[in-house]
Design a protein around this ligand. Structure first.
Ligand code: DGP
Length: 113
């Protein structure tokens, strides 16, 4: 997708603070962090959201398997972290390229109690 900001980041046309990269995935720090550690993990291939038919189980499995490895690398595995996948309008998705938010470093205020 030529106008997709995360496609441009995946192709290194827009800079990012990358923490991990392989042939299929890229992880980089969120430009607007809401936790001390806030990393986005994306597939390099354009998939708009979890609702996209391109969000295949095999790809999602490999993407999810990267999360604990990244958490270890980022130093947030021991104390735990949150994985968020905003999906669609009501889900608060603003960038329409599938991404996992990996959030750690402090106790967030959701869910309450
Ligand atoms: P969401 O609301 O789930 O679609 O989250 C999109 C996130 O993407 C949001 O936390 C801010 C982040 N973001 C948007 N544009 C950029 C960018 O150009 N660079 C980086 N590093 N993050 C971005």
């Amino acid at each position: 997708m030529s106008d997709c900001i995360f496609c441009k980041i995946a192709k290194h046309e827009i800079p990012c603070d990358a923490v991990y990269e392989d042939d299929d995935f890229l992880a980089f720090r969120d430009i607007n962090p809401v936790a001390p550690t806030h990393v986005l993990l994306i597939p390099k291939q354009h998939v708009s959201s979890l609702l996209d038919e391109g969000a295949k189980a095999e790809m999602l499995g490999r993407m999810t398997a990267l999360v604990p490895k990244l958490a270890e690398q980022l130093g947030i595995a021991a104390d735990g972290f949150r994985l968020v996948v905003n999906t669609g309008k009501e889900g608060g998705q603003t960038v329409h390229h599938l991404h996992f938010h990996i959030l750690g470093g402090r106790s967030l205020q959701w869910p309450p109690g």
